[in-house]
Every structure is written in structure tokens, then in C-alpha cells.
Design a protein around this ligand. Structure first.
Ligand SMILES: [Zn+2]
Ligand SMILES: [Zn+2]
Length: 422
């Protein structure tokens, strides 16, 4: 069980006098004050770097803090430890016979879930476990958008987490952490959001998330959350796997094409979409089937080799038109033949940016992932692409953004931003 000191609770009987010391004499900054009505207490948080002091003031004579003050007077009240999964932490302690005050988590301050361990089990210390509220709203609902005469539907195959530093390459953490707050292991939440493109006759799926073949060890490393996944998302959009005519890969990394195949009834890996042809760029296919030490962990053969065996694979070259108005465009950079997908209808353009712009936070040109094999190629492509996307108002889909599915890139006084559409 991994736990990090979150705050130390101090019971106070005279708040103005306490603030005079902690705020005025020690110079600590009051970050937040909140009344927790269920506990009849008001909490004042003073920042002390990565943790804080919580001054606890009773708001009624029968509050637990008032009773504590009657019995013991003001002073140290509890120690709060931050855990990632409070249910797992409680189950772990229960299994070891640790006496708990709360067997189930209950709501605490700032949207957190909390539970207390009995002081008799903790050598006289009241210990609070706290799972903070997720700071990034995770976006998963399918949303339809009409582009000229085609329909675009953004889907979800769940969420995972990757190292924030690796996601932003040379950009220091202080610049990106406010936009995509990291967890205690420095990982940030990412979505997996495949896209449907439909006209009157064809249903195309671009990428398919990581699918369900990942083993438990890898799922834990990536903190995979597929409680809601592509099947749920397709069903909610009124579709099923059998409705997909064409499946297209931006590139063959596992978080994009793991969902291309699934384990069949006899235990063999088979194509996941029974009526679809699968379209992959020829150069990307060659690289993925001949991996080296740097990209081997991302190119998992079971995600794409069975497509060739089943005879459903079509290899195409740069600029290929996959269905009317939908073309591949090589961005390179992330992999030598990474493709973005251009979708054009009646003078409007949408772009599935895949790992060229993994999130909307990656829109500034030098904000390039450390994972990219050829970052200078990414930079060259981004420079030219951004100009075009701003001038022509392309609707850009951000496949890995946890909370923003698509938007327009705007530029004002040299500063770029993304105007949310979905
Ligand atoms: Zn990738
Ligand atoms: Zn990716």
C-alpha cells in the first residue's frame, strides 16, 4: 500500500488566535476553507509545500471536534495519508485485521473520499485515508457531429495513464501540470477515443483503442480503466462491431490498434470486426512487423499479424483515399509513417490527429512527446499543419485528450488555444 502525507489535522478552539500564529507569525498561506456539514466542522487548509495543515473548528457543540476539545483540549488531531485507491487500501487493512472506524469511504472536503483508522490500531494516532477527487473530468460519451454530408461520431475505449514527463518531452513539468495534473506517480490521465466516419453507404472506424487482450501486469502499469469501453460506446451510438465496413489505423501502437483483434471462441486471436477490411499504411506495417529495442513494447504483434492471416488486411501508400473524402496524410515524427486522417465534405475539413496532437495541450509546436522517434519531423509537420488548421478552421480530433474530444485551433497575439466543440 503506497501512502503519501496529505495533511495534518489540528483541532483549534480559538480560530483567530490560531490563524494569528500559523498564518501571521509562521507566514503560511490559507489555501482553502470549507464547511463539512456532516461533521459539523469547518476546515482551513494552510499550504506547507506538497502537504498541508488543516485547522479544524467546531461549528456545533455536538460536533466530533467539539467533543475532542472538551476531552483533550486543542492540538494535533489526526494524520491524513493520501492513497490512490481507497477501496483497495481499506480491503488491504481489513484483511490484516486492522480496526477501522469507517469500513467504507465517505465524502470528505474538496470532493475527496475519506475513511478513518481507529487510533487503537494506530498506536494512539487517528489516521485518515484520503483518495483525492480526480482533477481531470474524464470524457467518454459518444458525440455526433455533422461535417458536410458525413457524420462523425467520437467513441471511447476507456482511459489509461502515462508518465507526464514522457508525454511532454522537453517541456518542464511546471508548464504542463496545471493543464493535465499528474498523480502521485507522475502519471497523467489519457483517453482512447476512436472515431466513426459515416456517409450513406460506408461506416469507417479510425483506430480502436487498446482492446481487451492486455494482461493484468500491463493493465496495472498503464492503470487501464476500461469499465466503459468500445463495445459500450458503439452500442450507445446505435452501432455494433458487425456494422463497421472499414477499420483504419493511424499507426500500429497498442493504444490505437489493440482493439483491432480479440480472442475468439477457440482461444485464437481473430479480427474483432467481422465484416470489415482493415487498412494500414505499408511503411508503418513494415516497421511494426520488424520492431527494434526502442519500439518493441508498443508494437504488439497479436494486434495486427492475425489480420494478414485472416486475409482482411489492405496495405496502402501515402495519400490513399480510404472512402470518398477520407485520406491518409503522413505526419511522420511519432513513427516514421504515422498518419493523420483528413476528412473532407462539402468544403469543411476535420482531422483525426492521432499521436501528432495526442491532447489539446500539445498544440504549441515544440510540445512534442518524448515517445516520438523523430521529434524534428514532428516539429516540421506541426508548424505547417497548425497554420493550415488555423486559417482553414479544421475541426481537430484529439484522440488521447481525457476531457476535450475535438475543437478549433485559434491564434491571438501569437498565442494558441483550442476552442472546444466536443
Ligand atoms: Zn503512438
Ligand atoms: Zn497513442
Amino acid at each position: 500500500m503506497k501512502a503519501i502525507l496529505d495533511h495534518i489535522g489540528i483541532a483549534v478552539s480559538d480560530l483567530p488566535a490560531s490563524l494569528k500564529f500559523f498564518r501571521d507569525e509562521l507566514g503560511l498561506h490559507v489555501e482553502a476553507s470549507e464547511e463539512i456539514t456532516s461533521q459539523k466542522v469547518r476546515a482551513h487548509f494552510l499550504s506547507t509545500g506538497t502537504s498541508s495543515l488543516e485547522l479544524l473548528e467546531a461549528t456545533a457543540p455536538d460536533s466530533p471536534i467539539a467533543r475532542y476539545l472538551d476531552k483533550r483540549g486543542p492540538g494535533l488531531h489526526h494524520v491524513a495519508l493520501r492513497v490512490e485507491d481507497i477501496d483497495a487500501a481499506l480491503a488491504h487493512l481489513k484483511a490484516r485485521g486492522v480496526r477501522l472506524i469507517d469500513e467504507r469511504p465517505r465524502p470528505g472536503a474538496e470532493g475527496a473520499m475519506v475513511a478513518f483508522i481507529h487510533p487503537s490500531a494506530a498506536h494512539g494516532v487517528l489516521v485518515e485515508l484520503k483518495q483525492p477527487a480526480p482533477r481531470v473530468p474524464l470524457f467518454k460519451t459518444p458525440v455526433r457531429h455533422t461535417l458536410g454530408s458525413v457524420e462523425l461520431i467520437t467513441l471511447s475505449d476507456g482511459f489509461f495513464r502515462l508518465d507526464g514527463g514522457a508525454m511532454f518531452g522537453v517541456v518542464p513539468r511546471t508548464f504542463w501540470e496545471k493543464r493535465l495534473p499528474p498523480d502521485d506517480a507522475n502519471r497523467i490521465w489519457l483517453g482512447m477515443r476512436p472515431l466513426i466516419v459515416r456517409d450513406g453507404s460506408t461506416t469507417l472506424l479510425i483506430d480502436a483503442g487498446c482492446g481487451d487482450k492486455m494482461d493484468a501486469k500491463s493493465a496495472a502499469i498503464y492503470q487501464l480503466d476500461r469499465t466503459y469501453h468500445l463495445d459500450h460506446s458503439l452500442a450507445e451510438a446505435g452501432l455494433s462491431a458487425a456494422d463497421i465496413d472499414i477499420v483504419l489505423a493511424s499507426h500500429l501502437h497498442f493504444d490505437h490498434v489493440g482493439g483491432f483483434t480479440a480472442i475468439g471462441k477457440d482461444g485464437n486471436v481473430v479480427p474483432r470486426f467481422p465484416n470489415a477490411k482493415y487498412v494500414v499504411h505499408r511503411g508503418e506495417w513494415d516497421d511494426a512487423t520488424h520492431p527494434h529495442e526502442r519500439n518493441r513494447a508498443s508494437y504488439l504483434q497479436e494486434n495486427f499479424v492475425p489480420l494478414e492471416d485472416a486475409g482482411v488486411l489492405t496495405l496502402v501508400d501515402e495519400g490513399a483515399e480510404v472512402m470518398p473524402g477520407v485520406t491518409l496524410r503522413r505526419s511522420g515524427g511519432h513513427t516514421a509513417n504515422h498518419q493523420v486522417v483528413m476528412i473532407e465534405s462539402e468544403g469543411r475539413t476535420a482531422v483525426f490527429a492521432a499521436d501528432m496532437y495526442p491532447t489539446s495541450v500539445h498544440v504549441p509546436d515544440p510540445w512534442i512527446m518524448g515517445y516520438d522517434l523523430y521529434p524534428m519531423d514532428t516539429l516540421a509537420f506541426k508548424r505547417a499543419f497548425a497554420r493550415e488548421a488555423i486559417e482553414r478552421e479544421h475541426l481537430v480530433y484529439f484522440e488521447h485528450d481525457p476531457s476535450l474530444a475535438a475543437g478549433y485551433i485559434r491564434e491571438k497575439d501569437g498565442k494558441r488555444s483550442v476552442e472546444r466543440v466536443i
